[in-house]
Write a protein that binds this ligand. Structure first.
Ligand SMILES: Cc1cc2nc3c(=O)[nH]c(=O)nc-3n(C[C@H](O)[C@H](O)[C@H](O)COP(=O)(O)OP(=O)(O)OC[C@H]3O[C@@H](n4cnc5c(N)ncnc54)[C@H](O)[C@@H]3O)c2cc1C
Length: 377
């Protein structure tokens, strides 16, 4: 085994998956530091595709994840904004025939499943602790943490997200940039027949580029409203602003809009993106996940690509061999797959902004991008 002690920085999907995969493969000391002083207990919905579920199966959390989420076999229904059905879009089984093509779930539920598995495998978790700096010393890297301790590790995995402050310290010059898109998300109730859909506008209307929802349980779903990146300054409270953006959408979307109240959990954020071609490491410190690739969630592959990174890196570094060679093999396997997701997502983002583009063909690009992910990562 190349590594026996690993520090992981960041307790999102990437960091927790890496911690579990390494501990499961027998790495003696796996420690995860997370800046937040406590784990969030409420949060948004997320759509996970089969290839993410395949990783969750491999790291031993599939049953818990499926129990928390809502699996959908029929794909997603596309609607006109007046509520008429446009078409049914089948989602390919990117995780293999034995796994659902997608599930919807609440992020804190998934997080809890990962956390429990990590703790059961003996991962040491330190909350409220940040990576301050690191140094490489040949066959080990040292880290200075915010609690003042300096420690030595065989490997440091930096999974500190799209706003990574470690990225430039690894000599990576690329930075996150605007995608031109913003998004509102809300968690609310749904009716039993509502199995997931996206509605497209006829024209400018309220300013929403599109509106969609994904079930996260038998009774609830999360709604997203894709829109310009700056929140409109119109004096409306957030919940009324989301209702205003959804006002032109009918059919099932009337129910969803009316279910939003001032107590609904919702938020707005600008969507940014980044893609860093390899290398992602310096010496024994490597960045993974959204620290090095993040895209607008237009084919719902962000988290899937993050957890694939984590599981596959763990495969390499727990074999005997030279770490530099293992990183090189890892990049060779990961970069083309991630680049396919980035290119498709950014093309789709561009067509959201320029829907009249003569070559715009989002259905084809989405389908091709997902079919390309059917072969295992
Ligand atoms: C609006 C939106 C919708 C999305 N929807 C989907 C979807 O439906 N399906 C999907 O697959 N993907 C989706 N994604 C993408 C997905 O959310 C991300 O790819 C994934 O959550 C990234 O995980 P991560 O662990 O790499 O980063 P993060 O989740 O950002 O985790 C990074 C962690 O590191 C911690 N941290 C930061 N700096 C330090 C430090 N110095 N020391 C210690 N800890 C630190 C942070 O507190 C954080 O907990 C969406 C993204 C957005 C923006």
């Amino acid at each position: 085994m190349t590594v026996r002690s690993v520090l992981i920085v960041g307790g999102g999907f990437t960091g927790l998956t890496a911690a579990i995969a390494l501990a499961q493969r027998g790495v003696e000391q796996v420690t995860l530091v997370e800046r937040a002083p406590a784990w969030a207990r409420v949060g948004h919905g997320v759509t996970l595709q089969g290839n993410a579920l395949k990783v969750f199966k491999d790291i031993g959390v599939l049953d818990q994840v499926l129990a928390k989420g809502f699996a959908e076999d029929e794909g997603v229904t596309l609607f006109f904004q007046d509520g008429r059905v446009m078409m049914q879009l089948k989602t390919p089984r990117t995780g293999g025939e034995d796994l659902p093509p997608t599930i919807g779930a609440l992020r804190p539920d998934l997080h809890e499943a990962l956390l429990k598995r990590a703790e059961a495998l003996g991962v040491e978790i330190r909350l409220g602790t940040e990576l301050v700096s690191f140094d490489n010393h040949g066959d080990q890297a040292s880290t200075l943490l915010s609690d003042g301790t300096t420690e030595f590790w065989d490997l440091v995995i930096v999974a500190d997200g799209i706003k990574s402050q470690t990225r430039p310290k690894l000599g990576i010059t690329q930075d996150r940039g605007p995608s031109g898109l913003g998004i509102w998300r809300a968690v609310t109730t749904r009716l039993p027949h509502m199995r997931g859909g996206i509605a497209f506008p006829f024209g400018e209307g309220s300013g929403a580029y599109k509106v969609g929802y994904t079930p996260v349980s038998d009774t609830h779903c999360y709604i997203f409203v894709l829109c310009p990146p700056q929140r409109v300054d119109n004096g409306l409270p957030d919940w009324q602003e989301v209702k205003r953006l959804m006002a032109d959408y009918h059919g099932d979307f009337d129910y969803l809009r009316e279910s939003i109240t001032e107590d609904t959990f919702l938020n707005f954020q600008e969507i940014e993106w980044i893609f860093v071609p390899a290398p992602w490491h310096q010496g024994r410190v490597i960045a993974l996940g959204e620290a090095v690739h993040a895209v607008p969630p237009l084919i719902a592959q962000g988290a899937a690509q993050c957890v694939e990174d984590a599981a596959i890196l763990a495969e390499y570094v727990t074999q005997p061999g030279d770490l530099e060679e293992q990183f090189a093999a890892f990049y060779e396997r990961r970069i083309p797959r991630i680049k396919g997701v980035v290119d498709a997502s950014m093309q789709l983002a561009d067509w959201e902004l320029h829907p009249g583009a003569p070559e715009a063909d989002p259905g084809r690009v989405m389908a091709e991008a997902l079919i390309a992910l059917v072969p295992p990562a």
